[in-house]
Design a protein. Structure first.
Length: 239
């Protein structure tokens, strides 16, 4: 089947081969630090300096890595596919944009963005942030936080995501654990719309049985191959 509307979901696994740590795997970020201390509103209220230090280190790390073949393949699909297309990422890095993806939403926020709790405005923020940082919009000091969705908070762009899922005929999840909601439920939403559902992952996710197809392998290998095959079928139809 040649799709007319595609939704792609990506998780930490797609950026692992670029050198960014995953979260839930053995040796992942949450095996080394308690998420309640650095990824909850309560943790931020208790110790904002600790939270800023955690995200400052991740922001610096992001500057040292480059998009990999999987990011570039999805950017190529974004550019070549003339139907409805939405790339939804759970990642807060900028590797999809750096690869050239444009029809993209960050449902968990972005590392290089600051959110002011005083005025509610967002600002590009590529450098370090601290309790002394000043909002460039309202000039308030001490109310800037990472523009990242923490545990217990509502992900961004949900109306747009659910609308896309309800109209898609191909849903692909890449590098996700299948354990984080609401993203883990997207496959069911897409299936209800009649979409073909495919998982591309290093190993089967927790919800892999919900997919029509599950393909295991390194993202830098299976994602470009999947995109190449899809674009070849599209080209054959156009011919």
């Amino acid at each position: 089947m040649i799709p007319s509307s595609i939704v792609i979901l990506t998780g930490a696994g797609i950026s692992a081969e670029s050198g960014l740590s995953t979260f839930r795997d053995i040796g992942g970020i949450w095996s080394k630090i308690d998420y309640r201390d650095v990824a909850t509103p309560e943790g931020y209220a208790r110790n904002p300096g600790l939270v800023h230090d955690f995200y400052n280190r991740r922001r610096r790390k992001m500057k040292s890595v480059q998009p990999n073949a999987a990011h570039h393949a999805l950017a190529r699909l974004d550019g070549a596919f003339d139907g409805d297309f939405l790339l939804v990422t759970q990642n807060i890095d900028d590797l999809h944009e750096s690869a050239g993806a444009r029809r993209l939403v960050h449902m968990h926020g972005e590392l290089a963005s600051a959110l002011c709790e005083a005025c509610g405005q967002r600002s590009r923020w590529p450098g370090d942030m601290s309790v002394n940082s000043q909002c460039p919009h309202c000039a308030t000091v001490g109310r800037l936080r990472p523009d990242v969705v923490w545990f217990g908070e509502m992900p961004y762009h949900m109306d747009r995501i659910y609308a896309a899922l309800g109209g898609c005929d191909l849903f692909v999840a890449i590098g996700t654990s299948g354990s984080v909601y609401p993203a883990a439920q997207f496959v069911e939403e897409a299936a209800l719309a009649g979409a073909r559902t495919v998982e591309l992952n290093l190993e089967p996710s927790e919800n892999h049985a919900l997919f029509d197809d599950s393909i295991q392998g390194q993202a830098t290998k299976v994602v470009p191959q999947f995109v190449d095959d899809l674009l070849a079928r599209m080209g054959a139809r156009a011919g």
